[in-house]
Design a protein around this ligand. Structure first.
Ligand code: DHB
Ligand code: MG
Length: 217
């Protein structure tokens, strides 16, 4: 199988299971127009986030790494009208684009965007989050996992993005800071008694990557 076959299969699954979604497509267009990198979650992965939030009955969701708000919209839809998504974004310009797209998607009242670096913003948040999606600078993964445990409760679902990195994560001698940060995060999920975790590799529109899934014990 080739990357092309993965992309075609991903497009097929997206067509069959996700379909067209004007608000999400507009959010992606706005993100591209603003010059942000196309590193948002794939449509099937956005829907996985939404389903995990629904399956777990999450009402309070924390997202670390808003980018253009694409995954934020998926999560905001999942929490329902009485729910809340707090999403942390380091770049004010990204947050402004996300704000407009989230509002245009009709879920603005459920989404609180906090601008700043996670290490600065997370200590200011009130806990009680039911699901935490970590998708920001990989170098800070262990800081984010620590805050996810502190701001969560037993049963909180944690999703950590980008754990495959085209297979680079097996390189224990890597000098790529993103690989090192990803490996550190995975080791923490395996060793820290606050978590029980596994991971799934993925292929598709975003190449070969994956997500770790954990529960706070
Ligand atoms: C990168 C970050 C992401 O969150 C992602 O999904 C893909 C790539 C990156 O920083 O390279
Ligand atoms: Mg990501």
């Amino acid at each position: 199988p080739t990357a092309d076959a993965w992309s075609l299969t991903d497009a097929y699954l997206t067509e069959v299971l996700v379909g067209h979604d004007p608000a999400l497509e507009a959010a992606l267009a706005a993100q591209r127009n603003a010059g942000m990198p196309a590193i948002e979650v794939a449509p099937v992965a956005g829907k996985l986030l939404q389903l995990l939030a629904r399956i777990s009955g999450a009402r309070r969701v924390l997202e670390i790494g808003t980018l253009g708000g694409y995954s934020t919209i998926w999560l905001a839809r999942a929490v329902g009208p009485e729910g809340k998504v707090v999403t942390v974004e380091a770049e004010a310009a990204n947050a402004a684009v996300a704000r407009a797209s989230i509002d245009a998607a009709g879920v603005g009242d459920r989404v609180d965007i906090r601008i700043g670096r996670g290490a600065d913003v997370l200590p200011t948040l009130v806990g009680g989050f039911d699901l935490v999606f970590i998708d920001a600078d990989k170098e800070s993964n262990t800081i984010y996992l620590d805050w996810a445990a502190k701001l969560g409760h037993p049963g909180t679902v944690i999703v950590l993005d980008n754990i495959g990195r085209e297979g680079e994560i097996v390189r224990d001698d890597s000098d790529d800071s993103k690989v090192i940060g990803t490996r550190d995060g995975l080791r923490m999920l395996g060793e820290d008694p606050r978590f029980d975790a596994t991971a799934l590799q993925t292929v598709g529109a975003k190449g070969w990557d994956g997500v770790a899934l954990a529960v706070v014990l």
